[in-house]
Ligand binder design. Structure first.
Ligand SMILES: C[S@@+](CC[C@H](N)C(=O)[O-])C[C@H]1O[C@@H](n2cnc3c(N)ncnc32)[C@H](O)[C@@H]1O
Length: 199
C-alpha cells in the first residue's frame, strides 16, 4: 500500500486545521480546548522554561507551538514533511521564536513533542532515532498518539483515506523508544499522552 504523504498538504489554513485535528461538530471549541489541554499538561509536567528549546516534530500548522510560545516564551523548532503545513505554520505562528523547517539538525533540544505525528509517520523507528540524536541527555519526549496508526494512503473521490495497519501504536512506541534507551515515566496504559526520559 502506497504511503500518500500528500494527504498532509493543506489547501489553506482552514484545511490545515481539519488535517491536524479532526473536527467534531458536537465540540465547536475542540481546537482551542485540546491545544490548551496539551500545553497546560506540558507546563505542569515537563521542565519548560523561557530558555528551553523545544522540537515540535510533525508540527503541522503550529497550533501547539504558537500556544507554547505565548504561555512559556520558549523557542520552538517546528519540523514537518509537508511544505504546505510549514508555510501555514510560518504565517499562523508568526513569531521570531518559532523556526519551521524540514529537518531537525540542531543539537541540544531540551524537550521534543510529537503530537499525532509519529503514529502517522511512514517509518516511525527512523524518526525516533533522529529525535533521539538531537535531544539532550536527560531530555524529555512528550508523545501524543491515537491507539491506531492511521497511515495516509491513496485518496478516494478526493477524500483522504487512512489505513489502520493493525499495529498498536503504544507497542510500537515502547519498542522503539526502549531501543534508544528511553523509559516512560508518566502515561496511561495506552500511552495516548505520555512522557519519556532520555536515559
Ligand atoms: C495529524 S497532523 C498533527 C500536527 C500537529 N502535531 C498538531 O498536533 O497539530 C500530523 C503532522 O505530522 C506530519 N508528519 C507526518 N510524517 C512526518 C514525518 N516523517 N516527519 C515530519 N512530519 C511528519 C504531517 O505532515 C502533519 O503535519
Amino acid at each position: 500500500m502506497k504511503y500518500h504523504k500528500e494527504t498532509f498538504d493543506p489547501l489553506n489554513l482552514a484545511h490545515a486545521k481539519d488535517i491536524v485535528l479532526v473536527p467534531d461538530p458536537t465540540r465547536p471549541h475542540k481546537f482551542a480546548e485540546e491545544t490548551d489541554h496539551l500545553v497546560e499538561f506540558m507546563i505542569k509536567n515537563v521542565p519548560l522554561i523561557q530558555s528551553s528549546i523545544v522540537l515540535d516534530f510533525g508540527c503541522g500548522m503550529g497550533r501547539v507551538a504558537k500556544r507554547l510560545i505565548e504561555r512559556v516564551g520558549c523557542k520552538v523548532i517546528g519540523v514537518d514533511i509537508s511544505a504546505g503545513m510549514l508555510h501555514e505554520a510560518q504565517k499562523y505562528v508568526s513569531d521570531g521564536r518559532f523556526n519551521p523547517k524540514f529537518n531537525h539538525h540542531e543539537q541540544n533540544i531540551d524537550i521534543a513533542l510529537a503530537a499525532f505525528a509519529l503514529q502517522h509517520a511512514e517509518k516511525p523507528e527512523e524518526e525516533i532515532k533522529k529525535i533521539n540524536s538531537v535531544l539532550k541527555p536527560g531530555g524529555t519526549v512528550v508523545l501524543l498518539n491515537e491507539p491506531a496508526r492511521y497511515v495516509p494512503t491513496e485518496p478516494k473521490n478526493g477524500m483522504a483515506v487512512w489505513h489502520d495497519d493493525g499495529i498498536k501504536v503504544s507497542d510500537l512506541m515502547t519498542k522503539h523508544f526502549s531501543l534508544v534507551g528511553y523509559y516512560p515515566y508518566l502515561g496511561n496504559h495506552n500511552q495516548i499522552l505520555s512522557l519519556w526520559k532520555k536515559g
